[in-house]
Design a protein around this ligand. Structure first.
Ligand SMILES: [Zn+2]
Length: 279
């Protein structure tokens, strides 16, 4: 025999809904943190200092006084020169998702009152990979910086290196961005690169490694081919921390490893020193 309630139970009040992005789990120490707290610490875990991957615009708002004040090459859109399967639909998807035309953002801003040209890449958009729009934006920004004699800062989250969907057109960007850096050098304009997790492939093998000062965020993976590819090729165990920022600092590939919370202060200090000697 089953018990039948005489009355229907009173309706429960709707449970409080918590937005999906309210809590974030630190992938390093597994601490659950409220997103709002992370925003106060430049998206660095307050417990273990793990540096979360952030978007190009988020980094711009941390590094620059008022974010990007005027964008360069915002209107540029990648075409699909090789008719690569699904490339067009992927571009469309990421454009809608991130509100940006490609994996990079370039523009003018200020760091502690110093006018700069800055370039940021976004890992979320096809791994921050370098296609023809990426290369063209970098070149235009570097050209502007050299003509206006503004320091140039490049902040990179680029795991994809050169974008495979554009084949040889992507590889050509390694040469184009390098020409941009040569322009900066000829104009005696300070050029600082900030390598975040990850900075790999054709990006690292061109303009990212050419900074007058190369700064890395702690724990970032920095290199050309990734550790798995190298290990499978040479069939040897790789040393602990291979290709991480601290390893690259020890081996002379980067000049400084700087916590994101100290980045603006450090870049501002470097710029003041560099500008005093060249301008
Ligand atoms: Zn943590």
């Amino acid at each position: 025999m089953f018990f039948k309630p005489k009355k229907t139970p009173p309706k429960r009040e709707k449970p409080l809904s918590v937005p999906d992005d309210f809590w974030v789990k630190c992938p390093s120490c597994q601490t659950i943190l409220p997103n709002i707290e992370l925003e106060k610490t430049a998206k660095v875990c307050p417990k273990c200092s793990y540096h979360f991957r952030i978007s190009a615009y988020e980094y711009a708002s941390i590094l620059l006084d008022n974010g990007i004040e005027k964008e360069i090459g915002k209107e540029l859109v990648s075409v699909d020169p090789l008719n690569f399967p699904d490339y067009k639909s992927k571009l469309e998807k990421y454009r809608k998702l991130y509100g940006m035309n490609d994996a990079s953002v370039a523009g003018i801003g200020h760091i502690d009152g110093i006018k700069v040209t800055a370039f940021f890449t976004d890992f979320g958009f096809l791994g921050g990979s370098m296609g023809s729009v990426f290369g063209e934006k970098f070149y235009r920004a570097a050209d502007h910086a050299s003509k206006s004699r503004l320091p140039f800062i490049a902040v990179l989250f680029s795991g994809g290196g050169a974008r495979m969907h554009e084949g040889i057109y992507s590889l050509m960007q390694m040469a184009k961005t390098t020409v941009g850096v040569i322009k900066l050098e000829k104009a005696k304009v300070p050029y600082i690169t900030i390598l975040c997790d990850p900075t790999m492939g054709g990006v690292m093998a061109s303009f990212a490694a050419l900074g007058d000062v190369i700064i890395a965020e702690p724990g970032a993976l920095i290199g050309f081919a990734g550790p798995r590819v190298i290990q499978q090729t040479i069939r040897q165990e790789l040393p602990e921390g291979f290709q991480r920022s601290e390893f690259q600092l020890e081996h002379g590939q980067v000049d400084l490893v700087v916590d994101r919370r100290e980045m603006k202060k450090t870049v501002s200090r470097l710029l003041r020193m560099m500008l005093a000697s060249v301008l």
